[in-house]
Design a protein around this ligand. Structure first.
Ligand code: BTN
Length: 292
């Protein structure tokens, strides 16, 4: 008989009513010696932040969470950390949507309107798939439902500590978000028409992250496969900004280190720390015919 390793993610968890950012609290806790897998959750954040220091609207009703980790992996593999928490979040979000469907809170027609699943799969699971847009977006259809952020500390070529953070719009009305993101954002409440359990979502996410952790420590295969199944960019023409430079090309998925592969002017590129500025059209890989 094989022993089942104890769950680490969320073994210690603090839940706060309000905090500036869960990242701030996680950082303090990390410096106080918090163990791997300790988690900070807040009901609301007063100064939540997103990528590139952008503000992240965090009213009550969302899942705002930071996970303290001590990966001890080579710095080259740091990109897998963001992919891992994004995959864990996407799978948990989709399970929540599935639960909503099972409870009869959503009609199949509403889910299919997103057009992200087809054929028999759509018949069996008539709710939208949660997609992943490199490097950090959780998507439902064309809209962003969540995002991830990684804050890593490197010592002697190894990622010694990393705070993996995720924000998911759960029971939030889009009109309660800042006006400038209303057109591009969604929430589980908007998609299902019903409030969903933030606690259950958090528990599922942490279980998923626990299950993916051996892959973070190993060769990343499980994480990369799960990401590729949800990759919303593959085959699309994208404009990427990296270190102030713009690169236009066709997205070819992620490589073994979680970097975005691009083909531009018949040359291959990899982007490790960029931002996808725009996405256009869909190319059919086999026929080279634009399928819009
Ligand atoms: C992004 O898409 O720009 C990343 C968003 C990350 C938001 C989460 S919410 C929990 C944690 N605390 C923060 O202040 N930000 C992250």
């Amino acid at each position: 008989m094989t022993a089942v390793p104890p769950r680490q993610m969320g073994a210690l968890l603090v839940r706060l009513e309000a905090v500036t950012s869960t990242i701030d609290r996680a950082r303090e806790w990390l410096h106080e010696g918090a163990s791997h897998g300790s988690v900070v959750i807040a009901e609301r954040q007063t100064a939540g932040r997103g990528r590139r220091g952008r503000p992240w609207a965090s009213p009550k009703g969302g899942l705002w969470m930071s996970v303290i980790t001590r990966p001890g992996i080579e710095v080259e593999k740091a990109g897998l950390l963001g992919l891992a928490i994004a995959v864990a979040g996407a799978e948990a979000t989709e399970a929540t949507l599935g639960q909503a469907e099972a409870c009869g809170t959503q009609t199949g027609t509403q889910a299919k309107a997103y057009g992200t699943q087809s054929g028999t799969q759509a018949e069996a699971y008539p709710y939208p798939q949660v997609g992943l847009k490199w490097p950090n977006d959780l998507m439902i259809g064309e809209k962003k439902v969540g995002g991830v952020l990684v804050d890593a500390q490197v010592e002697a070529g190894l990622v010694s500590e990393a705070i993996l953070s995720i924000g998911i719009n759960v029971n939030i009305r889009v009109e309660d978000l800042p006006q400038e993101i209303q057109a591009s954002a969604t929430s589980l409440l908007e998609v299902t028409g019903q409030a969903q359990s933030v606690e259950e979502l958090a528990v599922r996410l942490l279980e998923n992250l626990d299950n993916l952790w051996p892959s973070v420590k190993g060769d990343g295969t499980a994480i990369l496969e799960a990401w590729r199944n949800r990759d919303t960019l593959i085959g699309k023409e994208v404009m990427v900004e990296e270190a102030g430079k713009m690169l236009a090309g066709r997205a070819r998925g992620v490589d073994e280190l979680g970097r975005l592969r691009l083909i531009s002017n018949e040359s291959d590129y990899v982007v490790s720390a960029g931002e996808v500025i725009s996405v256009r059209g869909l190319w059919n890989e086999d026929s080279q015919v634009r399928a819009e």
